[in-house]
Design a protein. Structure first.
Length: 97
């Protein structure tokens, strides 16, 4: 398989995992909100949007760390096409300073 196909496949699978992680975090936070508010509707209505926001952010953070871990663990750097042009990569930016 070519680098572009590998990259597209990796992104598709990683996106699916990120969506699943976000849904899990959202559900856990909503269940925790229900448990700790004792079904108080006023407090619960304030916590539900916060639970969704924190769930999405938590899923994104875990997804990012898992992706970096998988790329390093399975040595995928040579098998994947770079997503950013060279001028935007962190390694190149550090060399210029």
């Amino acid at each position: 398989m070519s680098k572009k196909r590998n990259t597209i496949l990796f992104i598709l699978i990683a996106t699916l995992i990120e969506v699943i992680l976000s849904i899990l975090f959202i559900l856990l936070l909503i269940i925790a909100s229900l448990f700790f508010t004792k079904n108080n509707p006023k407090v619960l209505s304030a916590l539900l949007p916060l639970s969704v926001l924190c769930g999405v952010l938590g899923g994104m953070i875990v997804y990012q760390r898992l992706a970096v871990w998988a790329i390093k663990k399975f040595n995928l750097e040579e098998k994947l096409d770079p997503l950013l042009p060279k001028r935007f990569r962190k390694k190149d930016r550090d060399r210029k300073d």
